[in-house]
Ligand binder design. Structure first.
Ligand SMILES: *[C@@H]1O[C@H](CO)[C@@H](O)[C@H](O)[C@H]1NC(C)=O
Ligand SMILES: *[C@@H]1O[C@H](CO)[C@@H](O)[C@H](O)[C@H]1NC(C)=O
Ligand SMILES: *[C@@H]1O[C@H](CO)[C@@H](O)[C@H](O)[C@H]1NC(C)=O
Ligand SMILES: *[C@@H]1O[C@H](CO)[C@@H](O)[C@H](O)[C@H]1NC(C)=O
Ligand SMILES: *[C@@H]1O[C@H](CO)[C@@H](O)[C@H](O)[C@H]1NC(C)=O
Ligand SMILES: *[C@@H]1O[C@H](CO)[C@@H](O)[C@H](O)[C@H]1NC(C)=O
Ligand SMILES: *[C@@H]1O[C@H](CO)[C@@H](O)[C@H](O)[C@H]1NC(C)=O
Ligand SMILES: *[C@@H]1O[C@H](CO)[C@@H](O)[C@H](O)[C@H]1NC(C)=O
Ligand SMILES: *[C@@H]1O[C@H](CO)[C@@H](O)[C@H](O)[C@H]1NC(C)=O
Length: 897
């Protein structure tokens, strides 16, 4: 995904224009309509200072022994930024254990900031929070503004009236953030994904804002449109856009205001102006809705289906009195015109439509940074990677990050399935015996309600929102469901609401979730996905995968000690600190290693083990996405699959499509092949070929070339087919002939071309054993299905060697949008296939260059075959080396000439 530079700039401006640069002498806010983020904090443990909060929150304190931290960040993030901990060190081996159990993390931490305000006239000030973990007391200039009873939860956003607390000149804000227990508090846990950070994510992890308004304030706009579907659009329609805001009269008299604003079309064009008058009774709160007709609407699409035109809306509220002064301003807002719906089909499986078209979700589960450090550039790369892999949806399971994530998703065309997390306090239901969360009491409902209100307000206007899951492993009870749905309704939520991510049960009010959570989470062979049970390719799998995601050698050495690396391949049943946590079913690689050893042969070295892992990981993700794609219009359709998971919170050994350092690997390229827009896939169960089409437009004649060779490169069969393709459908074609003739290992190449056979649309190679994997379905657990007999791929260990010639070429476009472009030509000079050829771009220090986007990788070349690949490296890269290796290809390096 490439945005033209200009668009990126616009995007950047949009992100930062609400953030005025503040220096110590500037006033944070100085006129009605101003909102500013508290720009930074002094951080200290309560154990190191007086416990007199009134005194500490008065301006003028000497904070020289406090840590200086950014506008938002957990305690650990702040301590790392101050050099108290070193994350490179913490991430290595089991060093994280050494910070684990410290008294200082069982006590509150203070976030303190002083700033200037020069109030004059009749002004109103609000303090706006967006969630503080786990809960907080807030003091200002010696007085308490909010207590921890109200300011609770990572997502509890509140507005506090601080008008009487603000003073001329220097002001001080002090937040006492209480330690977090994932089972007791509405926080953000990592469950068994990784070790828990020592502070459990405690702190002011999201921004805190100060706003100044006149008599009447307005909330951020919410956006609804009456747009339904794009199927019969002729371009001349009009769409009604409704902007909704809550107006509050802060004075005990009647106030009249005018809301004066405009909707600006994407890429310039005539703004659509509007002006509306409102009359508010003393201290009244009203919901103001403004309907604006937008002619010739430009429709927003998920990235794979079209462009992402974004309208912007802004308004200024004037007082209709003698002064005509500004009372408040809207926050900058961009929105898209699109529709997103969900329903359950006759199988009770959830299916989505976007702009009226069936939208098969191909997605993955997002992991934030272990210390919740949000890095815009990193998340942009993650979304670029997702789009590059053909994924269209990111699932945020209770890790909702910040408004910027949704703005990014809007601009990039990434759909978002957000929701609450599993297992902890969030799922402390009387009927949940799996979870460790404390059961909900009366006081918990308003906390959850405030969280839902706040998140709904943040997410509501974004065209990227595909839906919100109010439960994960379990559904909310009826009382919580009512709290959640009321909050969503209050925020004019127009997107799907889904009861949970599993089929365990559902609240009457919401109906069946239509999402299955039947595993697998650990290794299963590729043919699993073509079965008809559990996680196989039908319905909507909310979190599933073969548990793969082994990093390549270079990255592994950055976080594993030599002893751990030795254990990795020599002790296949051992627990590993960089797998899931030690209490988890996924602490060892037992099931995975049994599959690797059983199918590919016992590893002979660490290098050999890593190659085998990459091959297995590639097979696993490819088969999963292919099966879900192949079955998109089957009699029980596959409506969506969320790979578990997209990425990891720290350097990790599994459940990821690229590693923590952003290096793509086997699991990445398997996904990328399996999720192609138009593709031909091999079905391991029926030994046949599927023609897959995810597009909404491409149709017509296609050619398919199917070639099978043996391990020496000798032809077994060769078939050419002519067929037709239709949008958003898949069809099963031909059985592959000669599969029965494979002796040790066979290679199957399937190529999809256009009607004339000129343009190659998809090319892909499978390695096949004459012996299928046999699944023991009836002995399945919630996380895997055992295998009683393994496919035999051991011949891959002794293939005749192949020689691959490499040419690094400069491409037509040398660089674009800050990325360096190159082309690489590979030519197999041998009579035998060059199997699983991996290309790696290395910097002058010998480290993998990341981010990197390869058009394809881990390629198997046919005898004498020539292939061109495109490479993009972020930045202006001059000196790099290409490293090439393969299952039967000797490692070589090439310098660009
Ligand atoms: C603040 O405290 C530090 C250390 O106690 C001291 O060195 C410094 O002079 C103090 N600053 C002021 C302005 O009092
Ligand atoms: C952090 O630790 C790593 C490895 O232990 C070390 O190489 C690096 O210099 C450290 N960084 C800082 C800022 O101390
Ligand atoms: C309105 O604006 C005038 C000048 O523009 C200013 O003097 C006055 O204080 C403002 N009134 C209020 C109520 O803010
Ligand atoms: C973090 O939360 C866990 C419960 O999930 C709890 O056992 C642990 O004590 C907490 N850690 C701290 C430092 O409070
Ligand atoms: C916009 O809303 C008005 C009032 O509900 C309705 O009359 C009109 O038909 C709507 N326009 C479109 C294009 O739906
Ligand atoms: C905020 O507090 C001030 C002073 O107590 C009061 O006059 C004003 O009405 C309050 N505003 C709201 C919205 O409650
Ligand atoms: C779908 O769910 C409804 C409501 O629970 C139930 O009545 C119906 O039997 C289910 N249908 C299938 C095919 O499972
Ligand atoms: C899916 O759609 C394609 C194209 O219309 C059709 O050939 C195929 O039979 C359909 N599959 C099923 C199971 O209906
Ligand atoms: C389940 O596995 C056990 C051994 O692990 C085996 O004895 C049993 O036959 C299996 N069950 C089925 C139904 O295959």
């Amino acid at each position: 995904m490439r945005l033209p530079l200009q668009q990126w700039l616009i995007a950047l401006v949009a992100t930062f224009c609400s953030l005025s640069a503040v220096t110590a002498s500037d006033a944070l806010v100085s006129k009605a309509g101003d909102t500013a983020i508290v720009p930074g904090w002094h951080l200290q443990s309560v154990m190191r200072v007086s416990d007199d909060m009134a005194m500490l929150s008065k301006p003028g304190l000497n904070t020289s022994h406090w840590y200086r931290v950014a506008a938002r960040g957990t305690v650990m993030a702040g301590l790392i930024a101050n050099g108290m901990y070193n994350d490179t060190h913490l991430f290595f081996s089991d060093n994280m254990e050494n910070v684990g159990d410290r008294e200082i993390f069982r006590q509150p931490w203070l976030y303190r900031e002083e700033f200037t305000i020069n109030p004059s006239g009749d002004k109103h000030f609000d303090l706006i929070t967006h969630g503080i973990t786990s809960k907080a007391d807030i003091y200002m200039n010696g007085a308490r503004v909010a207590s921890k009873e109200e300011q609770q939860g990572s997502y509890g956003g509140h507005k506090y009236n601080i008008t009487t607390h603000i003073q001329e000149g220097n002001n001080c804000l002090l937040i006492r953030a209480y330690p977090t227990n994932y089972d007791r508090d509405f926080a953000q846990s990592f469950e068994d994904w990784n070790p828990h950070p020592a502070d459990n994510g405690t702190g002011v992890w999201r921004n805190v804002d100060i706003s100044q308004t006149g008599a009447v304030s307005m909330s951020p706009f919410r956006v609804n449109t009456d747009f339904k579907d794009a199927m019969n659009l002729n371009g001349n329609e009009e769409v009604n856009v409704t902007l909704t805001t809550d107006l509050v009269n802060h004075e005990s008299k009647i106030v009249r205001v005018t809301l004066d604003g405009a909707i600006e079309p994407p890429n310039g064009g005539e703004p659509i102006q509007f002006a509306r008058n409102f009359r508010l009774l003393p201290n009244q709160k009203i919901k103001a809705s403004i309907r604006v007709g937008v002619k010739k609407p430009q429709i927003w699409w998920p990235a794979s289906w079209g462009s992402q035109p974004l309208y912007s809306a802004h308004a200024t509220m004037f007082l209709d009195d003698d002064s005509q002064n500004i009372s408040d301003r809207s926050r900058p807002l961009r929105f898209g015109i699109r529709s997103a719906h969900s329903s359950v089909n006759s199988h009770n499986d959830t299916k989505f439509t976007v702009n009226g078209y069936p939208f098969e979700v191909l997605g993955a589960g997002y992991g934030p940074d272990i210390f919740l450090r949000y890095d815009e550039g990193r998340v942009r790369t993650i979304f670029q990677y997702m789009l590059d892999m053909g994924l269209n949806t990111v699932r945020l399971e209770g890790k909702q990050e910040h408004p910027e994530l949704y703005e990014l998703a809007d601009r990039m065309g990434m759909m978002v399935l957000a929701g609450w997390e599993c297992c902890t306090k969030w799922e402390g239901w009387e009927y949940n015996d799996d979870g460790t969360g404390y059961k909900w009491e009366d006081a918990d409902y308003p906390i959850a309600g405030a969280a839902m209100l706040h998140e709904a307000e943040m997410m509501q206007p974004h065209p990227s929102m595909l839906g919100f899951l109010v439960g994960s492993d379990y559904w909310p009870n009826d009382r919580a469901t009512e709290v959640y749905t009321n909050a969503l309704a209050k925020m004019d939520w127009g997107n799907p609401i889904i009861a949970s991510a599993s089929k365990r049960g559902y609240p009457e009010d919401l109906g069946p979730s239509g999402m299955k959570m039947d595993g697998p989470y650990d290794w299963v062979p590729p043919n699993y996905w073509y079965g008809d049970k559990l996680g196989a390719g039908f319905g909507f799998g909310s979190e599933l995968g073969a548990g793969v995601g082994t990093p390549e050698m270079g990255p592994l050495k950055r976080f594993m000690s030599n002893d751990e690396l030795e254990t990795l391949w020599t002790e296949p049943e051992e627990g590993l600190y960089h797998m899931s946590s030690s209490i988890s079913s996924f602490y060892t690689r037992k099931i995975y290693n049994k599959g690797i050893f059983g199918r590919y042969g016992k590893p002979k070295s660490l290098e050999d083990y890593i190659v085998k892992c990459q091959m297995a990981d590639y097979e696993a993700t490819r088969a999963q996405f292919e099966a879900y794609s192949a079955h998109q219009n089957a009699s029980r359709p596959a409506t969506g699959a969320i790979y578990w998971m997209l990425n990891s919170a720290w350097p990790n050994l599994h459940w990821q499509l690229f590693d923590y350092y952003l290096n793509p690997m086997g699991s990445y390229f398997g996904t990328k092949v399996g999720s192609r827009m138009e593709h031909v896939a091999y079905d391991y169960e029926t030994e046949s070929i599927w023609l897959i089409n995810h597009s909404i437009k491409s149709k017509g004649g296609r050619q398919i070339l199917i070639d099978l060779i043996d391990s020496n490169g000798k032809k077994i069969s060769s078939t050419k087919l002519k067929t037709h393709t239709l949008p958003t459908t898949s069809k099963q074609l031909h059985s592959v002939s000669g599969i029965g003739k494979i002796k040790d290992v066979g290679f199957l190449r399937v190529v999809l071309k256009d009607a004339k056979g000129k343009h190659e649309i998809s090319r892909n190679v499978y390695w096949l054993s004459p012996k299928p994997d046999v699944l023991d379905w009836s002995n399945s657990t919630w996380y895997h299905t055992p295998v009683t007999e393994y496919a035999d791929l051991t011949k891959l260990e002794s293939l005749p060697p192949a020689t691959v010639k490499v040419k690094v070429k400069s491409s037509k476009v040398k660089s674009q949008n800050g990325w360096t472009h190159r082309e690489v030509e590979l030519e197999n000079k041998s009579k035998t296939p060059a199997v699983f050829t991996h290309l790696n771009a290395i910097d002058s220090n010998g480290n993998e260059i990341a981010p990197v986007i390869w058009s394809d990788n881990y390629i198997t070349l046919w005898p004498r075959e020539k292939i061109n690949l495109a490479l993009q490296l972020e930045g202006d890269v001059h000196s790099w080396t290409l490293e090439l290796s393969g299952r039967n290809v000797r490692k070589q390096t090439f310098k660009e000439k």
